[in-house]
Design a protein around this ligand. Structure first.
Ligand SMILES: [Zn+2]
Length: 337
C-alpha cells in the first residue's frame, strides 16, 4: 500500500510505501527533495514529534541526497539532527557534481528543479540562487531559459574544476590506512590508529569515520585494484611510514595525487637512517649478496620526498598519547561535512 503525504524531513510531497516483508519500515520517495530513503515506524513517530529547524532539515535532506536508500532508525536521528553544514564551496561542489551526474553528454542541459536545493544542502531558494550565481560568475555553469523551463549546463571551467574535486570524496566516511604489515604493527593499528580514526564526537552515537586497512602482501608485485579502488573511495588517509615500505609510499603518493588528505605518522626509530646493530650492540657494517658484493645495510628512515612533511612520531611505550595526538590531528585537518 502506498499513500501520499508530506516528507517528515523537508515537508514536501512524498509517497510512502509499507515494507513488502512486513517489517515496521516505510519506504519513502520524496521526489522533489530528499529522494528515496527508508524509515522505521518508531523513527517516523520520533521525527514527527521533534521540532527541527530549517537548517537541520536542510542538512538532513542534503545528507539523504548523498546517501540514497539509507534506512533511518531511532538511533541515527540524534546524529542526523547534529549534522554540521558544509561550507559554501563544498555546497557549490556538491551542486556541480550532481549536475555532472545528470549530464548525459558534454553540452547537454539539465533541468533546474527544486531538487537542487537539497543537493546543495540549502535552506531555501535564495541560498541556492547565491550558490548557482557563484557557479555562473566563476564560469563553471550557465543558466538558460526555454519557457517554461530553466536549465543548467556545465561549461569548460566547470569541467576543469570537476577534474580537481572529483576524488575528494566529501561525503565518504572511509579512512584508508596505509602501513607496514608486520605482526609488530598490529598492536599500534588496533590500539592507536583505528580508535583515533573512529572517534565518536560528543552527543553522537557512532563514529563519523571508519578505518580501512587492506592486507597488502609483499610478494604480489602489482598494487592490486582493490587497494586503488578503496583509496579512491576514501575521505582521507592515515599513512604510517614505519618500515620504509615501497607499497606504503606508493599508496600515499596515489592519494596525494587525487587530492585526498594524507596524515603521516612514523615510529620514532624509523624516522632517521641508522646502521644496524647485532645483539651485543656492535654495528653490523658488512653483508654480502650471492655475488659477494657488499650490501649496504642501513635502516632507511623517512624518504627525502616526505621528510619535510609534518608527521606524528610515536613509540610503543606511548601508544595512548599517540592515539590522542592522531585523533587531534584528524579533527583539525579533516574538514567535516
Ligand atoms: Zn524530503
Amino acid at each position: 500500500m502506498s499513500i501520499k503525504d508530506k516528507c517528515p524531513i523537508c515537508q514536501s510531497d512524498m509517497t510512502l510505501t509499507s515494507d513488502r516483508n512486513g517489517r515496521d519500515v516505510y519506504h519513502i520517495d520524496c521526489k522533489h527533495r530528499c529522494g528515496e530513503y527508508s524509515i522505521t515506524r518508531n523513527a517516523l513517530i520520533n521525527l514527527q514529534n521533534t521540532s527541527i529547524s530549517t537548517r537541520q532539515s536542510a542538512n538532513i535532506s542534503g545528507w539523504l541526497c548523498d546517501n540514497q536508500g539509507y534506512e533511518i532508525d531511532c538511533k541515527i536521528i540524534d546524529s542526523l539532527t547534529q549534522l554540521p553544514s558544509p561550507s559554501f564551496h563544498e555546497k557549490s561542489d556538491k551542486i556541480l557534481l550532481y549536475l555532472e551526474k545528470r549530464t548525459p553528454f558534454a553540452g547537454a542541459r539539465v533541468n533546474k528543479t527544486h531538487k537542487f536545493i537539497s543537493v546543495g544542502w540549502c535552506v531555501n531558494y535564495e541560498e541556492l540562487k547565491e550558490i548557482t550565481n557563484y557557479l555562473k560568475d566563476t564560469q563553471r555553469i550557465i543558466e538558460e531559459s526555454a519557457t517554461p523551463n530553466t536549465f543548467f549546463k556545465i561549461i569548460p571551467q566547470g569541467w576543469d574544476h570537476l577534474e580537481k574535486i572529483k576524488f575528494r570524496n566529501f561525503s565518504s566516511r572511509q579512512c584508508f590506512v596505509a602501513m607496514w604489515f608486520a605482526p609488530e604493527m598490529e598492536k599500534v593499528y588496533s590500539s592507536a590508529i583505528k580508535p583515533a580514526i573512529e572517534f565518536v564526537e560528543e552527543g553522537l552515537t557512532r563514529p563519523r569515520f571508519e578505518a580501512l586497512k587492506i592486507n597488502n602482501f609483499e610478494h604480489i608485485n602489482d598494487i592490486n585494484d582493490e587497494i586503488i579502488g578503496q583509496i579512491r573511495r576514501s575521505r582521507f588517509m592515515v599513512c604510517d611510514l614505519t618500515g620504509h615500505r615501497g607499497g606504503v609510499y606508493f599508496e600515499a603518493g596515489f592519494a596525494y595525487g587525487l587530492g585526498i588528505d594524507v596524515i603521516y605518522t612514523c615510529r620514532k626509530d624509523w624516522t632517521h637512517d641508522e646502521i644496524l646493530k647485532d645483539k651485543t650492540g656492535n654495528s653490523v657494517k658488512k653483508l654480502f649478496d650471492s655475488n659477494s658484493n657488499i650490501i649496504k645495510i642501513k635502516k632507511e628512515g623517512v624518504h627525502f620526498d616526505l621528510a619535510h612533511r609534518n608527521r606524528i612520531e610515536w613509540t610503543y611505550d606511548e601508544l595512548p598519547e599517540f592515539k590522542e595526538r592522531l585523533e587531534k590531528r584528524i579533527k583539525s585537518v579533516i574538514k567535516i561535512n
